[in-house]
Design a protein around this ligand. Structure first.
Ligand code: SIN
Ligand code: CO
Length: 404
């Protein structure tokens, strides 16, 4: 997703076949908790702050310090299936370069004032994908991805606003955030990034490893590295009206099949052959008026639209896929989980995985699919009705056996 006014766009990065798994040196402890401190907890936060006001959570997630190490991150930034950018500041002037970057490019960097941004970290690094488990109090349909920035002292992307909600989770090192709402959102035309011309922050926070700053959309902010540091941006998406409308009209085109054809017996002779006949326009109008859709079409379209991964996302087929029988035996033993790139959404019996409808057979399977979508992992489903669906999903790289 592209933030309309944010230099580090929230576009989803992609995965390709044959990519070696990346691993942080230290894995975050499974089952660690997000500490809400004075923010109370998810319910209070959503009521008071979400989409409305910023919030600072000190010591929110200790595991942020060990999500990814630098060599792994630099290797990711060298891949052409991973979206990366480099922002360098000289005085007040910024420059922007797009990846992939070579090792030599990193060696040439000055000791200060640059930041490397890598998008879609959750698609490539299991520990980053596990970070998202802490944010399941927000619907999956609103979640975008995890972006990481690695910055040298003085590095940052400059003062800007984003169009989306974001949690800025501090990894190793410290970053100085200044932020606040302001009326003047005019941009500096001389920068390659969307940088605010006048920045008047009203808040000032130094974030240490594990601290987290939540910012709703349109709050001006600027984060400058104090030490060499990493920051994880857990970003959210909000559909645009025009996009939804265009998509729904396409959906309707596939669903609509109106009978009939225009007829005009008794038409009088005309001396204005070029003029559109009003009765023909009226007929077209009444035909369009016959197009109908129901609430169930809207639900189906919403599920299809919101569960469709970005075009850049590619699923990795297993290198040596298990045959159906051993695969199912493994699921029985160890459960099943969604690939980090997969999106499974539901509303009642309407269930979509990555833009494709899932046809549950009975109530027990509907309930199982709901639980699977909520937790992204599950024990094996009852019976055999979903065996084929699970195995095909596994062969396509959308579902993975184990770690229920
Ligand atoms: C942001 O401002 O949204 C994140 C930028 C960064 O991590 O430097
Ligand atoms: Co931002």
């Amino acid at each position: 997703m592209t933030a309309t006014s944010h230099p580090p766009s929230r576009r989803r990065a992609s995965g390709v076949p044959d990519t070696p798994p990346t691993r942080a040196k230290a894995q975050p402890s499974v089952g660690s908790v997000l500490r809400w401190g004075s923010q109370g907890g998810p319910a209070l936060f959503m009521e008071r702050c979400w989409h409305r006001r910023s919030a600072l959570l000190r010591g929110a997630l200790e595991e942020a310090a060990s999500v990814i190490d630098e060599p792994t991150l630099l290797r990711l930034a060298g891949r052409d299936d991973v979206e990366s950018r480099l922002v360098i500041r000289e005085g007040r002037q910024y420059t922007l370069e797009h990846g992939p970057f070579t090792r030599a490019r990193f060696r040439q960097l000055p000791p200060r004032d640059w930041t490397l941004l890598v998008q879609g970290l959750d698609h490539h690094v299991p520990a980053a994908s596990r970070l998202l488990d802490h944010f399941r109090f927000v619907p999956q349909a609103r979640l975008d991805d995890v972006m990481v920035s690695l910055a040298a002292p003085g590095g940052g992307v400059g003062p800007h606003v984003d169009s989306y909600d974001v949690f800025l989770l501090q990894g190793p090192g410290r970053r100085h955030w200044r932020h606040g709402r302001q009326r003047d959102l005019s941009l500096d035309p001389d920068q390659p990034l969307k940088i605010l011309r006048h920045f008047k922050p009203s808040n000032d926070d130094i974030l240490e490893p594990g601290d987290m700053l939540y910012l709703p959309p349109h709050v001006a902010h600027d984060g400058v590295a104090i030490d060499r540091c990493m920051t994880f941006s857990i970003g959210f998406r909000a559909p645009e009206a025009g996009d939804v409308a265009r998509g729904f009209l396409e959906y309707l085109a596939d669903q609509t099949d109106l009978a009939g054809r225009f007829a005009d017996p008794g038409r009088a002779a005309t001396s204005h052959a070029g003029r559109l006949p009003p009765d023909l326009i009226d007929w077209i109008g009444s035909t369009i008026g016959r197009i109908r859709w129901r609430r169930s079409d809207i639900t189906r379209y919403a599920a299809e639209y919101l569960s469709t991964p970005k075009p850049q996302v590619l699923f990795e087929r297993p290198h040596a896929p298990l045959e159906r029988k051993p695969f199912l035996a493994q699921v029985k033993r160890a459960g099943i989980r969604l690939d980090p790139r997969s999106i499974l959404l539901y509303k009642g019996q309407t269930i979509y995985l990555n833009g494709t409808v899932v046809d549950p057979v009975d109530k027990a399977h509907v309930q199982w699919l709901h639980r699977f979508a909520d937790h992204r992992r599950a024990q094996a489903p009852p019976g055999q009705a979903l065996d084929e669906w699970m195995h095909v999903g596994y062969e396509c790289g959308e579902l993975l056996p184990g770690e229920a």
